[in-house]
Write a protein that binds this ligand. Structure first.
Ligand code: NI
Length: 179
């Protein structure tokens, strides 16, 4: 198990469109997934995309077995390994809510996202994933999959009056390891 370095905004590798994975259930892929889960857990992240550790592949991990201390009031999202994802909004409805990103440390911004989506893809064994979700789960998936398109959440924001430092916006969140 290895905790990998997380790239920060400004690194050009975060702006690439990631490549699809064609070789499932390989030792190399399992090692990468293991490193990503370790890295996400060490940073208390809600999710992590492969480009954030400099790997140019369509792979994201998100969710947890227990509640995330960075988002204590948020519903539980199941731990998921998602490869070669596609996202389809179920309708035009969007909602705005706060997001953070391990590549944008110390900041939070209010970001519009589709409220209800269907997402498909594969896990690391090549087994298909097909889910219809809403709310925070839908938000996390859209945020993580955006990393595969070279998009960081500030690039999705519409109101920069709702962008600031976590410690100022949410003084009650005071984790030493918080992004
Ligand atoms: Ni992120």
């Amino acid at each position: 198990m290895t905790v990998r370095e997380i790239l920060k905004m400004g690194d050009a590798r975060l702006l690439r469109v990631a490549q699809p994975i064609s070789d499932f259930d390989s030792d190399e892929l399992h090692l990468l997934v293991s490193d990503m889960l370790d890295t996400m857990a060490a940073a208390n992240g809600a999710g992590l995309a492969a480009p954030q550790i400099g790997v140019d592949l369509q792979l994201v991990v998100f969710g947890s077995a227990a509640r995330n201390p960075r988002y204590p009031d948020r519903p539980l999202v199941p731990r998921t390994v998602l490869i070669n994802p596609t996202i389809t909004p179920l309708d035009e409805a969007q909602e705005v809510d706060w997001e953070g990103c391990l590549s944008v440390p110390g900041l939070r911004g209010a970001v519009p996202r589709y409220s209800r989506i269907r997402y498909t893809g594969f896990d690391q064994y090549g087994d298909p994933i097909d889910r219809t979700v809403d709310g925070f789960h839908a938000r996390v998936v859209q945020h993580e999959c955006d990393h595969l398109l070279g998009k960081l959440y500030p690039m999705r924001m519409r109101d920069f009056a709702q962008f600031g430092f976590t410690e100022v916006l949410f003084p009650e969140i005071s984790l030493a390891e918080d992004d």
